[in-house]
Design a protein around this ligand. Structure first.
Ligand code: BDR
Ligand code: CA
Length: 305
């Protein structure tokens, strides 16, 4: 089978951790690098979390730290959802912090140029990818597709209009969306349907692997804070839906749309303004097959020993 080569740029983050887990389980995905950005917590914490999760699961690829701050706006973190560490709820063993010495943008460049076709998945603010596109435009012809968790066709989470990953660096998102590359946007309008309800917790708790224990511990914490902060009945499993959509293309339904990032100051700042357009290179998620998503997650948890 021809595996899809990907770089995952993330800000773990509870749901980012499960996206990393899916990369490790996917038979049709070759994870070539993890790059990390400030987002759910400060960069130092998100980088440590990315390393902890991948070492715990036995996933070995270079991990590089990237942007500490957004391109233009001031920094936005999300400790009220992801806790003090950015990944509260699970204690990892102490691993050596053997990060790749390169910056995230440079690692993206090097990996892209070494491969004819690469998919870049972002599950945090898009600062690292925007930086790589600005500094190393030669990578563009090597990028097959950008797949992101971010934005929404209908309402935000941090403001009535804006979703966190886009609001945390709208200028970076604007650069990525204007790059003229093929994109898939998996936004809140779909990910908020994927709630880790008690029935899902029960399904996953039947799996007896260390990966399943990690999932349950992280989701317990995430469910609690999502309820306290947003009043949701459970936490939405946003980020892994990007990877799931590549593992099984029937899970997420996409429609072509033009997407504009609202950069003007005011209540719409950070909104992804989506307009259906049959010839757009941007595909926007409009629906999810939840039964298939949970079954894919269950299989992934079982695949670790
Ligand atoms: C996004 O924001 C973060 O808190 C999550 O990890 C996800 O990437 C959802 O808005
Ligand atoms: Ca994230």
């Amino acid at each position: 089978m021809d595996k899809r080569k990907i770089i995952l740029d993330c800000d773990p983050g509870h749901d980012d951790a499960i996206a990393i887990l899916l990369c490790g389980a996917a038979k049709n995905i070759d994870l070539l690098a993890l790059t990390v950005v400030s987002g759910n917590q400060t960069l130092e914490k998100t980088a440590r979390n990315a390393l902890n999760v991948s070492r715990f699961l036995g996933i070995h690829c270079p991990i590089a730290s990237g942007a500490k701050n957004p391109l233009v706006r001031s920094r936005l973190n999300c400790g009220e959802i992801h806790g003090e560490s950015g990944l509260d709820g699970f204690e990892f063993p102490e691993y050596e912090l053997d990060y790749d010495k390169r910056s995230a943008a440079l690692l993206i460049r090097d990996v892209a140029l070494q491969n004819e076709k690469i998919t870049i998945v972002t599950t945090g603010p898009m600062t690292n990818l925007a930086t790589a596109l600005l500094k190393y435009p030669e990578i563009k012809s090597h990028i097959d597709e950008i797949v992101l968790m971010g934005g929404s066709t209908s309402g935000g989470n941090l403001t009535p209009y804006a979703e966190f990953n886009i609001l945390a660096d709208p200028d970076a998102a604007d650069i990525c969306f204007k790059a003229g590359l093929r994109m898939k946007m998996v936004g809140l309008n779909v990910t908020r349907k994927a709630l880790v309800l008690p029935s899902v917790m029960e399904q996953m708790s039947k799996v007896d692997t260390s990966a399943a224990k990690l999932f349950i511990a992280l989701m317990k914490f995430f469910n609690k804070t999502q309820n306290e902060v947003f009043g949701l009945p459970a936490g939405p499993l946003h980020d892994p839906l990007t990877i799931a959509s590549m593992m099984d293309e029937s899970i997420v339904t996409f429609k072509p749309m033009d997407v504009r990032i609202a950069l003007e100051e005011g209540e719409h700042y950070g909104e992804t303004v989506c307009t259906p357009s049959s010839d757009s290179k941007i595909q926007v998620a409009v629906d999810v097959d939840l039964k298939a998503y949970w079954s894919l997650i269950e299989k992934a948890l079982s695949s670790f020993r």
